[in-house]
Design a protein around this ligand. Structure first.
Ligand code: HAM
Length: 432
């Protein structure tokens, strides 16, 4: 250790999630797990870092994420002769899950509906709702087409599940924006038309768009530069280039959504910032979030498995931005209201009473009560102060007389009412 005693802070774009907010995070994750269970999704946990190539090939070299936002480093082996490998902190979960699907031949085990919860990393400019380490709840449904994984029924099922989940966590004012980005053939024709349309105007656009216009014109729609928006508004739309099967697929998704009563609107500019998407693409937005208004995004990726060296396996999935979902919920619900406060503060009074207090606290905690425990060195005044600060409802005095009588003084800290309660009745009294 050095003598330097300066304070060290968390890195910009990362943050500590503190109580009571963590109670809201837990509420969201518990609700998601409950809802996912009803749809037969199972949990997968993939590594936080992967080979850089996975994202370059999966997400696409020309996307913002791969071209400028990844945390990538050259990892050398321990021996001088080891070759360096390029590794990347995962910027998203889909590529890793599809890699795992292929690597473990999950289709053989009938595992085709997976979810994961965890941190993702993107080198973005930090602002409200945008962090460099953020958290996603991600789900993917993938499998051979013979199992129906390319069916519009899967798309509608995923969207209906999301609407259910958002309603269940208490976020009601969401908007579902829907589009189809077609298949690779449609995209080739669309890119050609875009290249043509961009030719005479691209010099007036930002440098990124000038590059995109040549390399991957579709990505022009990811542009957020305000001056470029009037130009982008006049460009052709992917919807005009869908072939008949893609058009029918999109129609079928909409038809089922109407059938189950999930409102949506078509956003023909929505292409999402990943090259793996095919057909259905969607986002759920929420007004309260300002510029970063997408709570979650997702879509279909029918060619991703093959692009990563796997068998044909159409898939569809989404990722919820947990940070943003928490922000939206905080407007309606305080984290305090979902936090479980201590039911009682067990207060050992006098030398030698820690032992009896520990026994009592153990019994009460085993009956699912939240218990804070004091220390025999505290005077009565300090015991009361600590109990109040902890937010406990009751203080339970454990002194020598109480221990002998096996009956304890239980005082309601709000009303001041105090009663003596036999050990066997304590849990019920505290709960009531
Ligand atoms: P995405 O749209 O990049 O999609 O991210 C999904 C959600 O993660 C966004 O809607 C947003 O709420 C949240 N998010 C993204 N970046 C940040 C950030 N820097 N700070 C805070 N929240 C952020 C995907 O990641 C795809 N893998 C989704 C998917 C799964 N598609 C198919 N399967």
């Amino acid at each position: 250790m050095t003598n330097d005693r300066r304070m060290i802070k968390a890195i910009r774009g990362t943050r500590d999630l503190l109580p009571p907010d963590t109670a809201l995070w837990n509420l969201i994750e518990t609700t998601a797990r409950d809802v996912f269970r009803a749809y037969n999704l199972q949990e997968i946990r993939t590594p936080i870092f992967e080979a850089t190539e996975l994202f370059a090939r999966g997400v696409g070299e020309e996307t913002d994420i791969v071209s400028k936002e990844m945390f990538t480093w050259e990892d050398r082996g321990r021996a001088a002769s080891d070759k360096a490998q390029s590794l990347t902190l995962r910027p998203e979960a889909t590529a890793g899950i599809v890699r795992a699907y292929i690597e473990h031949k999950l289709w053989d085990r009938g595992l085709n509906k997976l979810f994961c919860v965890g941190p993702m990393f993107r080198r973005e400019r930090p602002q409200k709702g945008r962090y460099r380490q953020f958290y996603q709840i991600d789900a993917e449904v993938i499998g051979p087409a013979s199992a129906g994984s390319d069916s519009p029924a899967r798309d509608a099922e995923i969207l209906e599940m999301l609407a259910t989940l958002l309603d269940r966590v208490g976020l009601t004012e969401w908007n579902l924006e829907l589009n189809s980005v077609g298949c690779p053939n449609d995209r080739a024709r669309f890119n050609e038309a875009l290249r043509k349309a961009l030719g005479p105007v691209k010099d007036k656009m930002c440098v990124d768009c000038q590059r995109r216009a040549v390399t991957n014109p579709l990505r022009v729609f990811d542009c957020k530069v305000p001056e470029d928006q009037p130009i982008i508004d006049k460009l052709p739309r992917i919807g005009q280039f869908l072939d008949e099967p893609c058009r029918q697929h999109f129609e079928a998704v909409q038809d089922i959504l109407k059938g189950v009563g999930i409102p949506f609107h078509i956003n023909d500019r929505l292409v999402r910032g990943f090259d793996y998407y095919t057909r259905t693409a969607f986002e759920f937005t929420h007004g309260g979030l300002g510029a970063q208004n997408a709570i979650l995004g997702g879509g279909r990726y029918d060619g991703l498995s093959e692009a990563l060296g796997g068998p044909p396996a159409p898939g569809i999935g989404f990722a919820i931005g947990e940070d943003r979902l928490v922000l939206s919920l905080q407007e309606k619900q305080s984290a305090e209201s979902v936090t479980r406060r201590p039911a009682a503060y067990v207060a050992p009074l006098g030398a030698g009473m820690n032992r009896e207090a520990a026994r009592l606290a153990r019994e009460l905690r085993r009956q699912d009560l939240v218990i804070e425990l004091g220390d025999e060195s505290f005077r009565l005044k300090k015991l009361f102060e600590t109990a109040t600060k902890a937010g406990a409802k009751y203080i339970l005095i454990v002194g020598e007389n109480e221990a002998k009588a096996d009956s304890f003084a239980l005082k309601n800290l709000a009303t001041g009412e105090q009663i003596s309660v036999p050990r066997a009745e304590l849990a019920n009294k505290i709960r009531a």
